[in-house]
Ligand binder design. Structure first.
Ligand code: NAP
Length: 281
């Protein structure tokens, strides 16, 4: 079984991006800039943002974090986004989710210019992705896609089963694999026989949020299994895939932690660079 090392893949991607930033600096005499807005003092969000800033600095991006207290008014945040939209030194804007209840998430997402939407959540980017046009792609599914392609560069005709239909993971994952000519089945909580669906798959991407849902006898030999789940349990962090069972059957599997997670941040940097490049045309 191939253990897909997300840490190593992310380090390789960051190295490639670092070279790209050096080339862009030589060509344009400026570097891509990422601005993250962090609202409130939720510990996981603070850790994510710190890691994003550290990685952005590592590859040579100009990075900035704007912090607001939980009590910040929605209007203040929207005005700041408008200001960043106009700022030519800012290539990408990310507002760390979740947001306090009094701030309308959709309004925030839709205020970010689609051309600076490094999370790929703006309806314009969602539409472009599903139409097969150029767009920012949400970072986690993009990371999954790159890991799958490392194991199997030619996905033509493969049968993929996506477990979970969230806007963040399952739906964009479906679009990326459709573009690669996979036959894609998207499953969810009302799917009648999830095990039977998974048994048909050459590729399974599990993005559910249920610890160890996908079992060894749900997976046929030679299947590539990507585990997006991050679930806190009494036994520590586990994924949506039963690692011990599935690792005995699958062709390739991502561990949790150390699989998809590290690729998510590397893909955010990649998206920032892509936004910069498109803005220079
Ligand atoms: P979400 O928005 O809660 O969506 C979960 C999806 O799973 C829904 O579509 C839901 O179906 C489906 N589902 C629930 N129970 C199911 C069942 N028994 N059988 C089949 N499908 C079922 O979750 P998410 O935001 O996509 O996140 C999923 C997991 O990924 C979480 O553990 C999260 O922490 C993790 N995550 C990891 C990263 C990373 O960087 N590695 C990034 C983001 C998220 P319905 O639509 O029918 O309700």
């Amino acid at each position: 079984m191939i253990l897909i090392d997300g840490k190593k893949a992310a380090a390789e991607l960051r190295q490639e991006l670092k070279h790209e930033v050096t080339d862009l600096k030589a060509k344009y005499n400026k570097v891509p800039g990422l601005t993250v807005i962090l609202i409130g003092d939720l510990t996981p969000s603070q850790i994510y943002v710190r890691n994003k800033e550290k990685s952005a600095n590592e590859v040579g991006l100009k990075s900035e974090v704007i912090k607001y207290p939980d009590s910040v008014e929605e209007k203040t945040v929207l005005e700041k986004i408008e200001e960043l939209n106009k700022d030519e030194t800012v290539s990408g804007i990310l507002v760390q989710l979740p947001l306090p209840k009094h701030i309308d998430k959709q309004k925030v997402i839709e205020t970010i210019l689609p051309s600076k939407d490094v999370d790929g959540f703006h309806p314009m980017n969602v539409g472009n992705l599903s139409s097969g046009y150029e767009s920012s792609v949400p970072c986690t599914p993009l990371g999954c896609y790159l890991l799958i392609k490392k194991v199997e560069p030619n996905l033509n005709g493969k049968k993929a089963v996506i477990v979970g239909r969230s806007n963040l993971n399952g739906k964009p994952m479906t679009q990326l694999l459709l573009k690669e000519n996979c036959t894609v089945t998207i499953t969810h909580s009302k799917t009648k026989d999830l095990k039977a669906e998974c048994l048909e798959a050459d590729i399974i991407v599990a993005a559910v949020g249920i610890p160890e849902l996908v079992k060894g006898d749900w997976v046929k030999k030679d299947t590539i299994v990507i585990d997006v789940g991050i679930n806190k349990t009494d036994n520590g962090i586990v994924g949506d895939v039963d690692f011990d069972e599935v690792s005995k059957k699958a062709k390739a599997l991502t561990p949790v932690p150390g699989g998809v997670g590290p690729m998510t941040i590397a893909c955010l940097l990649k998206n920032t660079i892509e936004c910069f490049k498109r803005s220079q045309i």
